[in-house]
Structure formats: C-alpha cells, structure tokens
Design a protein around this ligand. Structure first.
Ligand code: GDP
Length: 345
C-alpha cells in the first residue's frame, strides 16, 4: 500500500508540473509512451486545474483526426480476458499494428485487484514496442469512469495506435458503457452447460458483435463447441441487426491459451468493419457517440455549476427540510428550485 501511495504522489507531482504546450502535444502525437501515460493520469484526475489541462490537451490532439479501431472486450473474471488480450494483441503487433489496451474497472470497492493491475499477466505484450497497456487507476475515483475512458481512448488514437482495446469486467453497466464508446464489442465466455446459458444477461448478448467461447482446447473443446452452438442459436433468436450482414452477431470458439482461432476472430472483425464502413454505419455510429459525449459533458458541467451555486444550495437545503416534514411536496419544492434557477444568470 505504501508503495502504491508513493507511486500515486509521484504521478500527481508529474501532472502538476505538466504543461500543455506544443512539445507535450507533439510528444502525444508522436506516440511517446511516457507522456501518453502521464496524459492519461491527467485525464483521470478530478482536480479542477488538472481538468482544465486535460480538456486543453484533448482538444489540441483531436485536431490530428486520427482514428483507431476501438474494440470493447468483456467477460467475467477468470474467463481469459488477459490471456486473450495477450495472444490477440501479440498477433496484431506481429502484423505491424500498434495496439493500446485500456482497462475499465467501474467497481469502486475493488482494491488493487484491477483487471490489468498485474502487468506480468501480459508479459510479452507489455514489453512489445508496438503495444501500450494501461491498467485501471488504482485509486478508485467514484464516477467519471465514462469520461476518463473516452478521453484515454482519444489520447491513444491521437498517439497513433491502430487498435484500442478497451477491456472491462462483466459487472453490470460497464459493458454497455464501453459498447457505447467502441466500434465493436467482443464478449468472452467460458464453456458451460446448456442451463448456464441463462446466466448471460440478455442486454449483454444484445450489444455483442462477436461472442467468443474461450478455452476451446483439450478436454474443454467439445463442451466449448456445444456452448458455441447454443449461443449461435440464441443469437439467431435474439434479434437481427438491420445494419449488419445477416451472419452477425456471431458466436465462435477460440483458445486464447493455444492461440487458436484468433486469426479468424480478426478476419471476422475486418469483414464486419469493412461492411459498416462501406454502408456508412461506422461513421454514423462514431458521430452518435461524439454527440453523446458532448451531451454528457454539458450535463455534467451544468450539474457541477448548480452544486457550486450558493443561492441554490441554500434554497435546496431549506426546501429539503420542508419536504422532509411534509410542508411541501417534492414536486412543488423542485419547481421552486427551477423557478429560482431561471432567475439566475
Ligand atoms: P481474466 O480474469 O478474464 O483476465 O482471465 P485470465 O486470462 O487471467 O485467465 C484465467 C485462467 O484461465 C488462467 O489460469 C488462464 O491460464 C486460463 N485460460 C485463459 N485462456 C485459456 C484458454 O484458452 N484455454 C485454457 N485451457 N485456459 C485458459
């Protein structure tokens, strides 16, 4: 723990000193890992002066108009996400592609055990010159996960990565959030008995473009193939996506450990992305995501301003008591706040 807090202090003083000048911008654009890592630390910070610098930097690097393929990856702990990321990532970097891996861990309770916290789990990839791996922040800042993930993706894109893989643990809303900021979503599952099929939430199945049944090797192989057939059937029943070729979403088996089936995964991704680009869906999705990002930021900013306004805070404090003792209805009290809000500049 002491080691970690020391590291945090180190990072903090680095970003305190960080100037958003042309040399910093150029370093990010040139893919300088040290500066990129520092820039990501900056966007993770909630301090007002850091925020200001973060926005300045994001704005400046956005001018580069570089676009990586953004891939979301999810799966429950133990399903093989790290192993898959290592094998799949290695396959891509060996083809000459530059790969960034970001981890999203929305669970504030998780302490230290962040999914990519242990870099040695991706030993080969983390040492490769064409790869950049960024673990979840160890200080679990509440909220702001979506913002810092979006911004970290934007920084990696500007730094010239071809692929940004955003990995998240299968806990509730995080997959939906990640799917909303990526071009394609992979769901990793383990071989299972038929009845366990029910365990995957419908919503998660709905956002997956490829369902990968991992661990299709050794004794688990035939079970993995059965599970794959079950999911293929479930996907057919679930829905049709108007904008995609009819064979998508697809279920496939892979072995991350034996590096089997990974080239097929990449080929399916290229097929789907090629189709979406050709039919305008890729750009349409990006545009929609940018609009959502903008609206989120406006909403967040407006709320922050409200929380800082003393008149409104005092009024709310007074009205809260009146609502609590029944003197005012919640609706009436809220209407009063909105009325006063309108009179403020
Ligand atoms: P994560 O928690 O989802 O990141 O899962 P890990 O990548 O840490 O893998 C969990 C365990 O499953 C480890 O013991 C891996 O060696 C094992 N594992 C991962 N992929 C495969 C695979 O394709 N086949 C087999 N047999 N085991 C695997």
């Amino acid at each position: 723990m002491a080691g970690r807090s020391f590291a945090c202090r180190e990072k903090r003083s680095e970003i305190n000193r960080m100037e958003i000048d042309q040399s910093t911008i150029d370093a990010v654009l040139a893919g300088n890992r040290r500066i990129l890592a520092r820039a990501i630390t900056l966007v993770e910070s909630t301090r007002a002066d850091h925020r200001e610098k973060a926005v300045q930097l994001i704005d400046a690097v956005a001018q580069s108009n570089r676009a990586a393929l953004r891939i979301g990856l999810s799966g429950t702990p133990g399903v093989g996400k790290s192993t898959f990321t290592e094998s799949f990532g290695m396959m891509l970097v060996e083809q000459g592609l530059k790969v960034a891996v970001l981890a999203v861990d929305p669970s504030s309770k998780r302490s230290g055990g962040s999914i990519l916290g242990d870099k040695t789990r991706m030993d080969r990839l983390s040492r490769h010159a064409n790869a950049f791996i960024r673990p979840s922040p160890s200080s679990a800042a509440l909220g702001g996960v979506a913002r810092r993930t979006r911004e970290a993706i934007a920084l990696c894109e500007a730094a010239g990565f071809d692929i940004v893989l955003v990995e998240t643990v299968g806990v509730g809303q995080s997959e939906v959030m990640v799917a909303d900021m990526t071009d394609l979503f992979l769901l990793l599952l383990a071989p299972a008995g038929g009845d366990e099929l029910q365990g995957v939430k419908r919503g998660i199945m709905e956002i997956a473009d490829l369902i990968l049944i991992n661990k299709a090797d050794g004794e688990l192989k035939s079970q993995a193939m059965r599970t794959c057939a079950d999911y293929a059937g479930a996907l057919r029943l679930l829905r049709k996506r108007e904008q995609d070729p009819k064979e998508f979403p697809k279920a496939m088996t892979v072995s991350a450990l034996e590096e089997d089936g990974l080239d097929q995964v990449w080929s399916e991704i290229e097929t789907l992305m090629g189709w979406r680009r050709e039919h305008g869906h890729f750009d349409a999705n990006r545009k929609r995501q940018s609009e959502v990002w903008f609206e989120d930021e406006v909403r967040r900013g407006v709320l922050a301003q409200l929380e800082q306004d003393e008149t409104l805070q005092n009024l709310q404090e007074k009205l809260r008591k009146q609502v609590a003792n029944g003197a005012l209805s919640p609706d009436g009290a809220a209407a009063e706040v909105l009325r006063v809000l309108k009179t403020l500049k």
